[in-house]
Design a protein around this ligand. Structure first.
Ligand code: HEC
Length: 124
């Protein structure tokens, strides 16, 4: 009896990573961003700003990038890219921040979105 419940506990614990964020899958999701965004220590601004260290960063604060008025105003209003805000923005950019100029339809699959944010978090 005790052995049985131990086995169940082990199975449950082993199952946890399947629900958690997976940064390696997130790297594949990031392919949808690479046309416009670079990330990593040597990243340079492209059509979109560098995303190195974006998690926890103040919005519109990458040096040398010319943000839209919408993004600049949101930043002036105190927008910081917490994981929650990133998830809202990346799910539906135009709904979260009307008149921003990021031409992306959003990431509709919640698992993809989680994995993507895990990947972004790796690049501090
Ligand atoms: C077609 C080009 C394009 C694509 C594709 C794109 N972006 Fe962007 N992104 C932009 C531009 C341009 C901005 C600046 C928006 C503004 O100033 O309104 C931006 C802004 C951002 C910001 C805010 C940055 C800051 O410094 O405040 C984040 C975060 C972001 N993008 C993440 C992503 C992610 C993640 C993806 C992939 C799912 C993605 N973007 C896809 C062009 C793009």
């Amino acid at each position: 009896m005790r052995r049985g419940s131990l086995a169940i506990t082990v199975v449950l614990l082993a199952g946890i990573p399947a629900w958690a964020q997976d940064a390696s899958k997130g790297e594949a999701v990031f392919k949808r961003c690479r046309a416009c965004h670079a990330i990593g220590p040597a990243a340079k601004n492209k059509a979109g700003p560098v995303l190195t260290g974006i998690v926890g960063k103040k919005a519109a604060s990458v040096p040398g990038f010319n943000y839209s008025d919408a993004m600049t105003e949101a930043a002036a209003g105190g927008l910081v890219w917490t994981e929650a805000k990133l998830a809202q923005f990346l799910d539906a950019p135009d709904a979260f921040l009307p008149n921003n100029v990021m031409a992306s339809p959003g990431i509709k699959n919640p698992a993809d979105l989680k994995d993507l944010i895990a990947f972004l978090k790796l690049h501090k």
